[in-house]
Design a protein around this ligand. Structure first.
Ligand code: URP
Ligand code: ZN
Ligand code: ZN
Length: 465
C-alpha cells in the first residue's frame, strides 16, 4: 500500500474550511492531520502550500458517445473521462439509453461494455427508460440489481424518448416502491413540436428558432406536471438541466410542501445566453435542450439564487458534445436537424471554483456542496465520494487559487472542435487530481491510466426530506 501525504493545503468540504494535511493509504483517506501533528512517514509527499484541496468533483449528468438524430456525441468514455479529470472531476454518472423497441437491461449492458476498461475515472449510470411497456417494467428490477438507483424519463422529444404522463406515472409508481429517484427532462414536447413545425413552415430555419420554439413557460409547465405526478405516486423526482426561473419556483414550492423534488442546473445556463444563438449558423454551437435563455427575463439570477440558497441542489453538465463541422452542420438548413448538446464536462468544476473565488456567487463550501457532496448524497455515493473524510475514497482536486486560466478549443481536452466558453478567463487552476489515491493529473498533465475507472454500484437518495 502506498502512503501519501498532502501537506500544507487548505482543505475545503461542504461544511468546513481547515488547514490540514491529508494522509492517504492506498485508495482511502486515513487521516486529516492538524498543523501541530508531526508528519508521518510516507512514500510520497505532495506540497499543497497556498493551495485549496477539494473533494474530487462529481458530474452527475454526462452523455458519452450517445446517438442524437443522425449524429453521435463526440466524446467516448475514453476521451470524455480524461477531459473530466483535467477539470477536477473524478466521478461521472452517464446514461444507458433504452430506445423504442430495445431491451432495457440490454441497453445497460451495452453502455457498460463501452465504459468498462475505457474510463479514466469512476463512473455510475442512470438508466433512460425510452419505452415503457410490460417487458421494460420487468427489466427495471434487473437494472436496479446492478446498482442503478435513478431512472430518467422525458416529457420532451416526442417519437424518440418521450413518455406520456401515464407512462411517467407508471415508472414513478415502481420507483416509489423501492426508493429509486426519477430524473425528468421537463419540457412540453407536444406543444414545442407544434411551434417547431410552424417555424419551419414559415421558413424560420435558423438556430435561434431552436430556442424560440422551446419557451420557458413550457419548461415550467412540464416541471409542474411531473412534480404533481411525483406527489401522486410518492417517488422522489429530480429535474435535470434546468434553464428557466419557472422551474426553480416549482421546485421551491414543492419542497415547501414537503415533496422530495430536487433540481439540477448546468454552467451553460448560468454563463451563456439566448443571444449566442443569434449569429447566423454559428449559433448552432449553442443549441441544447432546454435552450439558453434571455438573462433579461431573470432566469440566470433565479438559477444562481437557487444554487446559493438551496432550492437547487446540484450543478452538473449534461455534457453532450458535437463537432461544429460535420455534426452541428447537419442542421444548416433546418434547426430541427442540429444535434442538441454542448461540451462542458472539463469546465464545470473550474467554472464553479471561479464563481466562488472571483464572483462571490456562493461560499467555497456551498460550491463544494453543489458540485460534489450533494450529487454524492443524491445518488447514493456518500461518504465514499463527495467529501474529504477518514474512510472516503482519496478523490481530490488541488487548486491554485491565485492562478488564471483561459478556456479555449486550442487547449481543452474534450474531443470537439469548438468551445462554447472560448476566451473566458477563470481564476483558479486545477494542478493535481487524484482518484482513489492514484495521481491522474499532475501539474496540468494527464498521468492516469485509461482503465483506472471503476463502475459504482449506488445506494438510494440520501437527501430525502
Ligand atoms: O441538449 C441536450 N440536452 N442534449 C442531451 C440530451 C438530453 O436531453 O439530456
Ligand atoms: Zn435531457
Ligand atoms: Zn442529458
Amino acid at each position: 500500500m502506498t502512503r501519501k501525504l498532502i501537506t500544507g493545503g487548505t482543505v475545503v468540504t461542504a461544511t468546513e474550511t481547515m488547514r490540514a494535511d491529508v494522509l492517504i493509504d492506498g485508495e482511502k483517506i486515513v487521516g486529516l492531520l492538524g498543523a501541530d501533528v508531526e508528519s508521518p512517514e510516507v512514500d510520497l509527499a505532495i506540497d499543497a502550500t497556498d493551495r485549496l484541496v477539494f473533494p474530487g468533483s462529481i458530474d452527475a449528468h454526462t452523455h458519452m458517445e450517445i446517438p442524437f438524430g443522425a449524429a453521435t456525441s463526440k466524446d467516448t468514455f475514453e476521451t470524455g473521462t480524461r477531459a473530466a479529470a483535467w477539470g477536477g472531476t473524478t466521478t461521472i454518472i452517464d446514461f444507458p439509453i433504452q430506445m423504442k423497441g430495445d431491451s432495457l437491461i440490454g441497453s445497460f449492458e451495452q453502455t457498460m461494455a463501452k465504459a468498462a476498461g475505457n474510463s479514466a475515472i469512476d463512473f455510475g449510470f442512470h438508466q433512460i427508460v425510452g419505452d415503457v411497456n410490460e417487458q421494460s417494467l420487468a427489466e427495471l428490477n434487473l437494472v436496479l440489481e446492478e446498482g442503478v438507483t435513478s431512472y430518467k424519463l422525458f416529457t420532451a422529444y416526442p417519437g424518440v424518448y418521450y413518455s406520456t404522463d401515464g407512462e411517467v406515472a407508471r415508472v414513478m409508481q415502481w420507483a416509489a416502491g423501492n426508493g429509486s429517484t426519477i430524473l425528468m427532462h421537463a419540457e412540453n414536447g407536444s406543444a414545442i413540436d407544434l411551434l417547431r413545425e410552424q417555424a419551419i413552415a414559415r421558413g424560420d430555419t435558423s438556430p435561434l428558432a431552436h430556442a424560440l420554439t422551446r419557451p420557458a413557460e413550457m419548461e415550467g409547465e412540464a416541471a409542474h406536471r411531473v412534480i404533481l405526478l411525483a406527489e401522486m405516486t410518492g417517488a422522489p423526482v429530480y429535474i435535470v438541466h434546468i434553464s428557466a426561473k419557472q422551474v426553480v419556483a416549482e421546485i421551491a414550492a414543492a419542497r415547501r410542501r414537503g415533496t422530495n423534488a430536487f433540481g439540477e442546473t448546468c454552467p451553460q445556463y448560468l454563463y451563456l445566453e439566448l443571444d449566442m444563438l443569434d449569429q447566423g449558423f454559428e449559433g448552432a454551437k449553442y443549441v441544447c435542450s432546454p435552450p439558453l435563455r434571455d438573462p433579461g427575463e431573470g432566469h440566470q439570477k433565479a438559477l444562481w439564487q437557487g444554487l446559493a440558497g438551496g432550492d437547487l441542489q446540484v450543478i452538473a453538465t449534461d455534457h453532450c458534445p458535437f463537432d461544429f463541422e460535420g455534426q452541428k452542420t447537419l442542421g444548416r438548413n433546418d434547426f430541427t436537424q442540429i444535434p442538441n448538446g454542448l461540451p462542458v464536462v472539463e469546465h464545470r468544476f473550474p467554472l464553479m471554483v471561479h464563481a466562488a473565488l472571483e464572483e462571490g456567487r456562493f461560499s467555497l463550501n456551498r460550491m463544494v456542496d453543489v458540485s460534489s457532496t450533494a450529487p454524492a448524497k443524491m445518488f447514493g455515493l456518500y461518504p465514499q465520494k463527495g467529501t474529504i473524510a477518514v474512510g472516503s475514497d482519496a478523490d481530490l482536486a488541488i487548486v491554485d487559487p491565485g492562478a488564471k486560466v483561459v478556456l479555449s478549443a486550442e487547449s481543452h481536452h474534450m474531443n470537439v472542435d469548438y468551445s462554447c466558453f472560448e476566451g473566458k478567463e477563470l481564476t483558479g487552476r486545477i494542478e493535481t487530481v487524484m482518484s482513489r489515491g492514484s495521481i491522474i493529473v499532475s501539474d496540468g498533465k494527464f498521468v492516469g491510466k485509461q482503465s483506472h475507472g471503476r463502475y459504482l454500484r449506488r445506494g438510494l437518495n440520501q437527501l430525502l426530506q
